[in-house]
Write a protein that binds this ligand. Sequence first.
Ligand code: NDP
Length: 498
Amino acid sequence: MSTTTPARDLAPVVASRLAAEPHLFIDGERREARSGRTRPVLDPGTGEPIATTACAGAADVDDAVAAAARAFDPASEWRRMTPLERGRVLTRIGEAIYARADSFAELEVLDAGKVRGAARAIDVEFAARTFLYYGGWPSKIQGTTVPVSHPGIHVRTEREPVGVAGAITAWNFPLLLCAWKMAPALAAGCPVVFKPSEETPLSALWLAELAVEAGLPPGVLNVVPGYGDEAGQALVAHAGVRKLSFTGSTAVGRRIARDASDLLKRVTLELGGKSANIIFGDADLDAAVAGSAGGIFWHSGQTCSAPSRLFVQRDIHDEVVDKLLAEAAALSIGHGLDAGVDFGPLVNERQVERVRGYVDRAATDGAKVHQAGELPTGGGFFYPPTVIAGATDDMECAREEIFGPVVVVLPFDDAEEAARRANASDYGLAAGLWTGSVATEHAMTRALRAGTVYVNGWGLTDPAAPFGGFAQSGYGRDLGPDSLDGYLETKSVWTFHG
Ligand code: NDP
């Protein structure tokens, strides 16, 4: 049995970040919230407070947007930077993350309940790569010459930053989501006001300071941790913000889309999911089960693209359930800083209760609930890996996003049925299939309605590959060139040559 132990040797820089006075980061400097309001930051692995964060209100958001607007003035240092210089700053931010990779990973474990190895290999690695990728873009954003049918007239397009961008994110990938929002905005030339989840503000605040050290002029990047219904709403409603990029739940995303439409803001929404993952009888079964278990149990199921609906061809259904349970039982559950741990806590007590409620109701609805693994003693917000069998597609557990380590296994008979049932969801973030047949792969990848489709694997992202959803999973894309488009206006310039 593992125990959670509160006293740990932390990297000095991490200890100093935790001990810092509560602050926002506005106009290149730390500031208290104008209201003086703060809240504790808890370590999900122990349930104990580890730091105190400032909570921004509407007045702080005003300050941050005003700083960003100054940074966007045509005569500002930021606007006068050449594309290559802007790209170099972004690259330096990426390198600054790499140079502190282990410490960032430690901070993410403490703040968000990550597991150290995965935090280093995924959150930190891909945050750094995102800045490196977008560091190459400023010098490649270009317009076109337009072949209009007017003699003596020359038309070209130019691409310009939309202006101040606001970003609001969830707690599950604090540093990574921060990079997904900041890097393309900055590459396009937009200053940013960033509101991290109030649960997990620490890495964004650190990154903003490092960005200034890397050469980003003050005011270009501002971080305003605070509650969604105060700081978040103030950012959404602010007339000085021209673009909003949001990652979070579908319910909040809908509200943001409604509120932002009053001012006709550009909006990108990366929302929830209930991703279908389909194992065909001709798949490499061990690889399929290991990949599917990894997909749903990684970060304790708190991933938007989690493969939480697992369709399994009927003749291998029971074998897959047994193998999944064996994978779950082999997980070492505990605090993410402890050696050997590969399954950490949920973010807070509320989330544990939410997941427990879904699982209890699944049992009441008649499904069979299997749980595995030994939870640590000594505090922390833990919930065991859970496999639900015997459910039907219309049950709550098979329809709603649980956002925990819970997979619902559903048998199917043929490919047409699998595609139809996989698509019968309000969401469309990701989907996957495991098969040895090229024909099945081609037919299914065409049929599945999702922003990302994985074949014989699950869960990778890359800064070059667009990421986002269909239907209630949102619109617009993070990453890749597509994300840049959301931060750019196209201007047609007509020159009359007489
Ligand atoms: P929420 O939607 O509750 O919160 C997301 C962010 O929005 C938080 O920063 C929150 O602030 C803020 N917020 C809340 N209310 C408002 C409001 N009225 N106006 C403006 N901002 C507001 O999501 P969770 O944090 O609970 O995250 C889980 C959800 O995020 C899941 O549905 C998951 O699928 C989704 N997600 C989607 C991803 C994707 O790329 N598609 C990736 C990761 C997660 P506060 O600090 O108060 O919570």
